[in-house]
Design a protein. Structure first.
Length: 256
């Protein structure tokens, strides 16, 4: 059945009053129908794979640290949090890992079904016999563009049962993006300070983090990561989910 819209009605829609962020009222917004893949394997073709951060009780999604915009510049600055970037050494430099992360970045940018596939997979993925309830973005790499951030936000909106943690140094991109977008309730964008023991970078609606030297643990404002501050906690995240919570406004991580 065809639905015909008169040109006058179309003009009225295009010129209807927008809200303060320039968005159309919901009555004029079309609801996207997401592709239902037949299998997880089929969907995985459009994302390559999820990553498996060793310290965390969840999956993640990483791309090459060499693609970082702000981080790439900070890498050349002495005393910055990116000077000794962990994602530029260790297992991250293996050829097979770099190839995988390059494929993920290409799919983010060029595959029109990347969002659909991520939504399909995250809504069905099992971790240690349980459905995902937390997800970490970019254990390596960072936001590439406002379009990339929009895609991540869309994925978060379509997986409301999962708390998404998005650490980033791309504060200029985030600031520009939030002028016309709302951050989903289950997406915690945590802005990382640029310098070790440095000042936090405040962005409206986001939380923050600082990388600190060992001697500064317990002396900086905010919550210290228990992996480094609590000798009884152990070297993995365990049950701690502070990074994912918007109520934990700042977290201090020890430089490593």
């Amino acid at each position: 059945m065809r639905i015909l819209i008169k040109m006058s009605e179309l003009i009225q829609i295009n010129h209807c009053k927008r809200d303060i962020k320039g968005k159309l009222p919901k009555i004029f917004q079309m609801k996207k129908i997401y592709k239902q893949f037949k299998t997880m394997k089929e969907a995985q073709l459009h994302i390559r794979s999820l990553s498996n951060p060793s310290k965390m009780n969840t999956y993640g999604y990483s791309i090459s640290a060499h693609a970082c915009k702000v981080g790439g510049k900070l890498h050349a600055i002495k005393g910055s949090v990116c000077e000794l970037c962990y994602a530029r050494k260790g297992r991250y430099v293996f050829e097979i890992v770099q190839k995988c992360m390059a494929m993920r970045l290409d799919l983010i940018t060029n595959d029109p079904l990347w969002v659909d596939a991520m939504v399909f997979i995250l809504n069905r993925k099992i971790y240690k016999k349980n459905k995902l309830h937390i997800f970490r973005w970019h254990d390596s790499g960072d936001i590439q563009s406002p379009e990339h951030l929009s895609k991540i936000a869309e994925i978060a909106e379509q997986t409301p049962q999962i708390k998404h943690w998005l650490p980033t140094k791309e504060s200029p991109t985030v600031r520009e993006w939030i002028k016309t977008h709302d951050i989903p309730d289950n997406l915690n964008i945590r802005i990382s300070a640029s310098m070790v023991n440095g000042d936090v970078t405040q962005v409206n609606g986001c939380t923050t983090s600082i990388v600190v030297t060992k001697d500064m643990l317990g002396k900086m404002e905010g919550t210290d990561c228990p992996v480094y501050s609590d000798p009884n906690h152990g070297s993995e995240c365990g049950d701690c989910e502070d990074c994912y919570l918007k109520t934990v406004t700042n977290i201090n991580y020890q430089a490593h």
